[in-house]
Design a protein around this ligand. Structure first.
Ligand code: ADP
Ligand code: ZN
Length: 734
């Protein structure tokens, strides 16, 4: 090393990762005068070819680094994650960073902020449910800022601004406190005494956290057993060790209740990363995490990348949920990445669910994780009684009536007459899943995809659920010109219409992803549900997730078979999970709940076991079957997808890759299946083929594949065919 003058102690070069499909970082000289700003983890604009791109400094190549430890550890994790997901580092960065890589480092946060409090002599007004929630939050807090409100009630900041304009709230500007102020909200922890099962679980997590090494736990707690309380206390345990916690939930928009509890417990010490955040808000939360202003980050899958300096705890709530698998751009499984990062950081990981995945149970059975269980509902409430109704006998009924067995109708009737609430679950949105000609049997298909179009009555359109194409419903059949084009089957929209007609007095609401795209809609329906303004809530699996509505005493499942019919080895597991979750919404208050599951396959093991609340019985059978077939968790899978505008080229590219891989794969003990057309062989005007690889358990995907696949991907690309690798795939359909 050369002689160093004091000023030369600063590094002269930085390595920068760029958000382009390039695996290695680039080195740039730091412009003079900028030395002190060059830190690991800082975003910089760098020349790249003829343009400029924003990249992230991954290393300083000379001198001592300036406080770069934190970011470097996140980067070590990101780079390991990229390898494991067979994705370029730059793309991984794009997935991990808040809102991708912004053009410039966001401006530093302002010194002052606006806070809201209730105005004197508030006027009467027509409140929306959301305004009511915001107003209640302001009252509870006394004084609260817009970002704080938005963390409590998504979009709450905007609502507050509007309420202030109306004179209902008053706004004042205050100096932004450097140290976060203590929470003003009531804390429920004081009144809750953990149950003996909660105590036992927390004793184990406490020891693991205190000892500071890697440990994994699977928390199997039936619905309403107090899992969330365990998470919150485990977070407190992590805080006592001086380390930070990451709390992952499948969908943050669906958890206003949870956010309220987190705020009440940890106040401003928590950063909430939800999809409703603006880019600037997101960058702000990111900086609060990186700067050590908060010790907890809570969010959906991308929160696994939270840049804490020393995270000691990773919680994955509803770990079985497939929402943890990112299906666009980079395909990663946030639960698996949480496990991986916990190993790297020597942290504790807590995977919780009422229906743990086969993967999680396998971890527990092989001793890699410790099983914790909460086998009872809080308050000695019983699980609901579940009846299975065979729909096959329903031939006498026509139209949508066919989907209502007399037993189901009666149960809804009785529940409503007692003044209690009903949930009706149907895992299919829209009005009717198909328009079919009654003369020739032709179903209207999407012009871009190999799927039937769904009829959406409210918008009066046929909609493709794969590419979003819209079409006007035809008056006559395109094939035979017949005019008996019928709406076949039932979706949530039709279910609402039917229920509203059948029970005229009842207030019926719908919750599914069609509506969820409108911002704040979930929260509005959920808050109406909480205030007792909805008698029948109809929805897709969104209604099954974690909600706690004590007034709901009856849950009806219209057609349990929908998720069973997928050609996918996880279909039985998914069906069991969803039936258990949705059943768990019934009887959470003082009154007992009942559930009716309607199905065409009443003898299927997943339906029988769900009705018997027999998780272990189901899982035993499921694991035995998976083991016999070498499916995960007894083996790993890799799906190679090919798509392009020309069928023959897609076919040829898939064939070439299969041929090129066959030797190296068989030497490594990997089974290659295919190539074959994907189950949905045409999506968005692109033909699709796939190859499925079955690997031994723990196969080192990240070591074996990147170099092997890169040249093959390039060859395919020259023929106009895209090739994508999906490690441990969740969606085998497209
Ligand atoms: P889960 O996450 O397993 O569905 P929650 O943690 O949401 O269950 O608990 C269900 C309800 O029971 C919540 O209202 C929660 O506040 C309450 N609860 C949890 N633990 C206790 C306890 N030890 N004593 C009293 N109430 C509790
Ligand atoms: Zn389509």
């Amino acid at each position: 090393m050369g002689v160093m003058s004091p000023s030369a102690a600063s590094p002269v070069f930085v390595e920068v990762a760029v958000p382009l499909p390039i695996d290695h970082p680039f080195t740039y000289r730091i412009p003079s005068g900028q030395e002190t700003r060059a830190r690991v983890g800082v975003r910089v604009l760098v020349p790249f070819g003829r343009r400029k791109v924003t990249g992230l400094i991954t290393a300083l190549t000379d001198g001592t680094s300036l406080k770069g430890r934190e970011a470097r550890e996140v980067l070590a994790f990101l780079s390991a994650a990229a390898r494991e997901c067979l994705a370029p580092m730059g793309e991984m960065l794009r997935a991990a960073l808040p809102g991708g890589l912004p053009r410039r480092e966001a401006p530093s946060s302002p010194r002052t902020e606006t806070v809201y409090h209730a105005a004197e002599g508030s006027t009467d007004t027509a409140w929306t449910p959301k305004q009511r929630m915001v107003y209640a939050a302001v009252l509870a807090a006394g004084e609260i800022s817009a970002p704080e409100l938005s963390a409590l009630v998504p979009g709450g900041g905007d609502v507050a601004r509007k309420l202030a304009a109306k004179g209902i709230l008053a706004a004042t500007v205050r100096e932004k406190s450097a140290a976060p102020s203590a929470p003003h909200l009531p804390d429920s922890a004081g009144t809750i005494v953990p149950t003996s099962h909660q105590e036992a679980a927390l004793a184990k997590t406490g020891v693991a956290l205190a000892s500071g090494g890697f440990a994994a736990f699977v928390l199997h707690g039936i619905t309403g057993s107090g899992k969330t309380e365990v998470y919150l206390r485990a977070i407190e345990q992590a805080r006592l060790t001086g380390r930070q916690a990451v709390y992952l939930v499948p969908e943050i928009a669906l958890t206003p209740q949870l956010l309220g509890r987190v705020r009440a417990r940890f106040g401003e010490a928590a950063a909430v990363l939800h999809s409703g955040l603006t880019r600037a808000d997101r960058a702000l939360q990111w900086r609060r995490i990186r700067g050590g202003e908060v010790f907890l980050s809570i969010g959906a899958r991308s929160a696994v990348f939270s840049p804490f300096s020393s995270p000691g705890l990773f919680i994955v709530d509803e770990e079985h949920d497939s929402a943890y698998k990112q299906e666009e751009g980079i395909r990663y499984q946030a639960r698996d990445l949480a496990l991986m990062r916990a190993r790297m950081e020597e942290a504790v990981v807590l995977l919780g669910s009422a229906t743990p995945s086969a993967e999680a149970i396998h971890l527990a059975q092989t001793g890699e994780a410790t099983l914790l269980s909460l086998p009872e509902r809080i308050g000695a409430r019983n699980l609901p009684e579940i009846t299975v109704v065979d729909l096959k006998g329903q031939t006498a009924r026509r139209g949508a009536d066919r989907y209502f067995s007399p037993a189901l109708e009666e149960a809804v009737e009785e529940t409503l007459s007692r003044g209690e609430k009903v949930m009706l679950f149907l895992n299919r949105r829209g009005y009717a899943p198909a328009l079919t000609c009654l003369d020739c049997g032709t179903t209207v298909h999407c012009r871009n995809c190999q799927v039937a179009l769904t009829f959406h009555k409210q918008d009066g359109v046929l909609l493709c659920h794969y590419c979003g194409a819209r079409e006007t419903p035809p008056e006559r059949c395109g094939a035979c010109d017949g005019h008996k084009v019928a709406q076949v089957g039932i979706g949530t929209e039709r279910l609402v219409a039917w229920s509203a007609k059948r029970w005229k007095e009842a207030r019926v609401a719908r919750l599914d992803s069609d509506l969820g795209r409108k911002r704040g809609f979930y929260e509005e329906v959920l808050s109406r549900m909480h205030s007792g303004e909805v008698d029948i809530l109809v929805g897709t699996q969104i209604i099954a997730k974690g909600h706690d509505f004590p007034e709901v005493t009856f849950v009806g499942v219209l057609l349990a078979d929908l998720s069973l019919s997928f050609p996918d080895f996880r279909s039985a597991e998914r069906t069991f999970q969803i039936l258990t979750q949705v059943s768990g919404r019934a009887g959470r208050g003082d009154r007992p709940g009942t559930v009716i599951i309607q199905t065409l396959s009443p003898d299927h093991v997943c339906i029988r076991k769900a009705a018997e609340h027999d998780f272990h019985g189901f899982m035993e059978k499921e694991l035995a079957e998976r083991e016999a077939l070498g499916y995960p968790p007894f083996g790993r899978m890799l799906l190679l997808r090919f798509w392009g505008p020309k069928l023959d080229r897609v076919q040829a590219a898939a064939g070439n890759v299969a041929e090129a891989l066959s030797r190296p794969l068989s030497e490594a003990g990997i089974v290659l299946l295919g190539p074959a057309p994907s189950p949905i062989g045409l999506v968005k005007k692109k033909y699709r083929y796939q190859i499925l690889l079955k690997m031994p358990p723990r196969f080192p995907v990240g070591d074996f594949f990147p170099e092997l696949l890169r040249p093959l991907r390039d060859v395919a690309k020259k023929a106009g065919v895209r090739m994508e690798a999906d490690v441990d795939p969740y969606n085998l359909m497209v």
